[in-house]
Design a protein around this ligand. Structure first.
Ligand code: C5P
Length: 313
C-alpha cells in the first residue's frame, strides 16, 4: 500500500454546555455534536527517500495551517506510529497531503477532522490493525474533537468532548447553512473570555454541565422546528464579544426564516437550520446577498465519520 485517501467531515455543536475551568486548563463539557457534509480530504503516502515526514496543504485557508510537526494530522500520525511501535525507516518517509474545504479556526473542527483522517489513513497504510476503540483513545490525546471526527453521526460528548455516546435518533437529515466569517477565533481565547465574563457576572457555574432534555427530545422526534428552537452554545456570548459582527449574521439568518441559528463551537462560523433542502438553498442565496459574512455553504447532517475513499498500491 503506498497511498490512502480518507475524507473527514466538519462538525457543528447543537448544544455546547461548558462547566468551570479545570486544573489542567480544559473545561468539562456536555455537547451534542453533529457531523455534516463538508469534508477535508487527507492522503497519507509512503515516499522513498530519506527525510522528515512532510505535510502539504491546499484549498480553503491553507496558508494558515501549520505544515510542520504542529500540524494536527502529522501529530496524529506520529501518535499512531508510537502506539504501533513503528520506528522510522531511514530510507522512506511519510507524506501527508491535506485538501481543505473546511475553513481553518472556524469552530467546525477542521483540524480535528484532518487528524482523524490521518489516523484512519495511516492505520490502513501501515496495516496497524487498530479498531475504533483504540483509534478513539489515540484521537483523544491529539485533540478534544478528534474522537468525534472518527465516529461521526450525532453524538453526545462529555469530559473534554472526547467521551462519546451516539445519540439515538431517527434517520432525519437536517439541512444547514454555514456562514463563514471574515476572520478567525482562537479556541483558547474564546474559552478564556467566557471564564472572564462569568467571573465578572459572579455566575455560579454548575460543576457538571447538563444535557438539554428539550434538544434530546427534539432530536428523537426528528422535528427540525423543535431542534432549531433548542440549539444552544455557552461559548456564543464570548465569541460575540470577540467578534461583534457575528450578531448581524445571526440576526440576518433568523430574519430570513432559519429555524434556529447559533455560533458553531468557538466560532466564528454561524450555522442556520433550514426546514428543507430547498429552504436551505434560498437561505444560502439570501445570506450571501445580505453581505453579512465572507461566504456561505450548505451542508446536511448527520453524516458518517472519517472514512477511506481510495487506497492505491
Ligand atoms: O483539545 P483542543 O486542542 O481541541 O483544545 C484547544 C483549546 O481549547 C484547549 O487548549 C483549551 O484552551 C480549550 N478547551 C477547553 N475545554 C475543552 C476543550 C478545549 O478549555 N473541553
Amino acid at each position: 500500500m503506498t497511498g490512502v485517501t480518507v475524507r473527514a467531515p466538519a462538525k457543528i455543536n447543537l448544544q455546547l454546555a461548558v462547566g468551570p475551568l479545570r486544573d489542567d486548563g480544559y473545561h468539562d463539557l456536555v455537547t451534542v455534536f453533529q457531523a455534516v457534509s463538508l469534508y477535508d480530504e487527507v492522503t497519507a503516502a509512503i515516499v522513498d527517500g530519506p527525510g522528515e515526514d512532510v505535510v502539504g496543504v491546499s484549498g480553503e485557508g491553507a496558508d494558515s495551517v501549520p505544515a510542520g510537526p504542529d500540524n494536527l494530522a502529522l501529530r496524529a500520525a506520529t501518535a499512531l506510529a508510537q502506539v504501533a511501535g513503528l520506528s522510522p525507516d531511514p530510507g522512506r518517509h511519510l507524506e501527508i497531503t491535506i485538501r481543505k474545504r473546511i475553513p481553518v479556526a472556524a469552530g467546525l473542527a477542521g483540524g480535528s477532522g484532518d487528524a482523524a483522517a490521518a489516523l484512519v489513513a495511516c492505520n490502513e497504510l501501515w496495516a496497524g490493525g487498530f479498531g475504533p476503540p483504540q483509534l478513539a483513545e489515540i484521537a483523544a490525546r491529539v485533540g478534544s474533537d478528534v474522537a468525534f471526527a472518527l465516529l461521526g453521526g450525532t453524538a453526545v460528548g462529555r469530559g473534554r468532548g472526547e467521551q462519546l455516546t451516539p445519540a439515538l435518533a431517527p434517520a432525519t437529515q437536517y439541512h444547514w447553512v454555514l456562514a463563514f466569517a471574515d476572520g478567525h477565533l482562537s479556541t483558547p481565547e474564546v474559552y478564556a473570555t467566557l471564564d472572564r465574563q462569568r467571573a465578572r457576572a459572579r455566575e455560579q457555574v454548575p460543576a457538571e454541565p447538563g444535557l438539554d432534555p428539550a434538544l434530546m427530545s427534539a432530536l428523537r422526534s426528528g422535528d427540525a422546528r423543535l431542534v432549531g428552537r433548542a440549539l444552544s452554545n455557552d461559548l456564543q456570548p464570548a465569541a460575540l464579544s470577540l467578534f461583534p459582527a457575528l450578531r448581524k449574521t445571526l440576526a440576518a439568518g433568523l430574519e430570513l426564516g432559519a429555524l434556529g441559528a447559533l455560533v458553531s463551537g468557538s466560532g466564528p462560523t454561524c450555522v442556520f437550520l433550514a426546514a428543507s433542502a430547498d429552504r436551505a438553498l434560498d437561505l444560502a442565496a439570501s445570506l450571501s446577498g445580505a453581505g453579512v459574512c465572507r461566504s456561505v455553504a450548505r451542508a446536511s447532517g448527520p453524516v458518517p465519520g472519517a472514512a477511506i475513499v481510495s487506497a492505491a498500491r
